[in-house]
Design a binder for this molecule. Structure first.
Ligand SMILES: [Zn+2]
Length: 187
C-alpha cells in the first residue's frame, strides 16, 4: 500500500529521473518495494491517504531500498536528520513549502505542479512564494500570503542551519530540531 495512485507514482519517478533523491542510485528497471520505493515525506496518519496534500506528488520521493533498507530505511531510522533536510515533513506540515536537500538539485522546493524548484544559497524564496500563491489563488498581502512567506523562509533557514552538515546530529541538536518543529506545528 503506497497511498499514491499509479499515475502519481509514475509522475514522481519521472520527476526524480528514476534516481534515488538522496544518493542518486538509479532505480530504472528495478523492483519496486525492494530496490526502491516511494517515501511519504509527511506520514499518512489516520485516513491521510484521502488528503490531496498527502497523496500528491510533492509528498512523495523516490528513494532506494524499502522502509528498512537503503535510503528509505535511513530516513525512517534517522528521523531528526531526515526532518532537517526535508525528507520528512511533520504531520501537519505542508510538503510543498518545505525544501528538500537532494542529489540532483541540492536544496530545492517541490512544487506539486512544476516539480523541483532549485534554490541557491542566497535565495529568498520570492519567486517560489509567488508561484505557490498563484497556484492556490492566494492574494498578495493577505494573511495567508504572509503565512506562506513565513513558512517558506523558515524552511530555507532550516536548510541553511547547522542541521544540514553531512553528519548525524548529536542528541542535543536533534532535540532542538524536534522541539522547534513540534512548537511550529503544535505537536
Ligand atoms: Zn539512495
Amino acid at each position: 500500500m503506497s497511498g499514491f495512485t499509479r499515475p502519481v507514482v509514475e509522475r514522481i519517478v519521472e520527476r526524480d529521473q528514476s534516481c534515488c533523491v538522496r544518493c542518486g542510485a538509479s532505480v530504472a528497471g528495478k523492483e519496486r518495494g525492494f530496490a526502491w520505493s516511494i517515501h511519504h515525506r509527511r506520514p499518512r496518519g489516520m485516513g491521510g491517504s484521502r488528503n490531496p496534500v498527502v497523496s500528491g506528488p510533492a509528498n512523495g520521493l523516490t528513494l532506494c531500498g524499502s522502509g528498512t533498507t537503503g535510503c528509505h530505511g535511513w530516513a525512517e531510522a534517522h528521523r531528526a536528520e531526515a526532518i532537517a533536510v526535508g525528507l520528512i515533513v511533520a504531520q501537519h506540515g505542508d510538503p510543498e513549502l518545505v525544501p528538500v536537500l537532494n542529489w540532483t538539485h541540492g536544496a530545492a522546493f517541490l512544487s506539486a505542479s512544476s516539480g523541483w524548484w532549485p534554490v541557491g544559497t542566497d535565495y529568498r524564496g520570492t519567486d517560489y512564494l509567488e508561484h505557490v500563491a498563484a497556484e492556490r489563488g492566494v492574494p498578495a498581502d493577505s494573511a495567508e500570503y504572509l503565512r506562506l512567506a513565513s513558512v517558506i523562509l523558515d524552511g530555507l533557514q532550516r536548510l541553511n542551519g547547522p542541521a544540514t552538515l553531512e553528519r548525524d546530529l548529536d542528541a542535543e541538536e536533534a532535540e532542538v530540531v524536534e522541539n522547534s518543529w513540534n512548537r511550529e506545528w503544535g505537536l
